[in-house]
Design a protein around this ligand. Structure first.
Ligand code: P6P
Length: 342
């Protein structure tokens, strides 16, 4: 009996995760369970984001997160939702979030299956939420290989390079809500159908188009960039190189939204180091590394200029790194410029 086309059209995140799980022998679904929990948490966050303008959860709640940034109430709520989603499944050994200084360990849980660490930015770009700009959740899933489930999680267990991640993804709360993830088998996008409350497969096997259509950077920082970065930006913006003739500046100050658009259209997002303070801005564990895995799986690349983001071995939970991410050809061009000036 063949399934009706409508049935086939409803390939949901749930069924897709299950199908992908079947591609691996001897798996017991603990990893799939982690992805499902992220899917559930993102639907709850989505429901709060959609109502943000109505239920007075906008505006700063006064507290400040570890980044020294005012925590918007929605940030706080999204963080609690993500933590609650993970705290109920034994396959999660620990988690680290942008919103908290230290990690959380779920120790002494009897569990003989595979266990994982989750790192996430619960609501990136939330400073835009009052203006109804698209924002997003970013997550990374790392296998926790401690010999026994009784071992206690240490900070060092999180310090693994992005290339070892089991999964990475983001949820973008925009004109529609999309869940985009990879487990190393390509990048797949699911759009939330509010009528059925399910993420439905809408973008299977996303590949970044080989064209630098968008240039995303906070160009008011131009004088704080080094020579290589200035030449990179000037080439994209002003050169008559045919590759950049159709490039347009597109920057809305929300990493997930800028990255997602560039993933679908082709382009470069960059947040280089401020040479006046020698400080990069974006965080490695739960922003740059997961998006770098997505970019690479989609045929793109992410670099600091001297090192592929996925090869960096973290040494702090909230470590910040410079990043240029998007089309491989353009990221490699940037790396050549960095070499030229080093
Ligand atoms: P700036 C948001 O705070 C964020 O982390 C990213 O989402 C965004 O791309 C960047 O910072 C914006 O930073 O300095 O341009 O406002």
């Amino acid at each position: 009996m063949t399934r009706s086309s409508s049935f086939r059209d409803f390939e949901t995140l749930e069924s897709y995760i299950t199908k992908q799980q079947k591609l691996h022998v001897n798996v017991r679904g603990t990893f799939s369970q982690v992805l499902r929990r992220i899917g559930v948490a993102s639907k709850i966050i989505e429901s709060k984001v959609r109502k943000a303008g109505l239920v007075d959860i906008l505006g700063v709640n006064g507290s400040v997160n570890v980044q020294g940034e005012h925590q918007v109430k929605l940030d706080d709520m999204a963080n609690s939702i993500m933590k609650a989603a993970f705290s109920v499944i034994p396959s999660i050994a620990g988690m680290a979030t942008e919103e908290e200084e230290d990690f959380t360990a779920f120790d002494n849980i009897e569990f003989d299956g595979s266990r994982y660490l989750v790192m996430f930015d619960p609501l990136d770009g939330s400073s835009n939420v009052d203006a109804n700009v698209s924002i997003g959740t970013i997550f990374a899933v790392l296998k926790y290989d401690k010999a026994t489930s009784k071992s206690s999680v240490t900070k060092e267990d999180f310090f693994k390079p992005g290339r070892t991640l089991s999964a990475a993804g983001y949820v973008i709360y925009g004109s529609s809500t999309m869940f985009v993830y990879t487990t190393g088998q390509g990048v797949h996008g699911f759009t939330l159908d509010p009528e059925i409350g399910e993420f439905v497969l809408s973008h299977e096997n996303i590949k970044i188009p080989d064209q630098c259509k968008c240039f995303s950077a906070n160009e008011t920082n131009y004088n704080k960039w080094d020579q290589a970065t200035k030449e990179f930006a000037d080439t994209i913006r002003y050169s008559d190189d045919k590759r950049y003739q159709k490039a347009s500046s597109r920057y809305i100050g929300s990493l997930v939204a800028d990255f997602h658009r560039n993933l679908l259209y082709g382009g470069i997002y960059m947040y280089p180091t401020d040479v006046t303070t020698n400080k990069p801005k974006l965080r490695l564990l739960y922003e740059c590394a997961p998006l770098a895995m997505i970019a690479e799986q989609a045929g793109g690349m992410a670099s600091t200029g001297t090192q592929n983001i996925l090869d960096i071995v973290p040494n702090q939970l909230h470590q910040r790194v410079p990043i240029v991410i998007g089309n491989k050809k353009d990221v490699e061009f940037y790396e050549e410029l960095v070499k030229k000036y080093s």
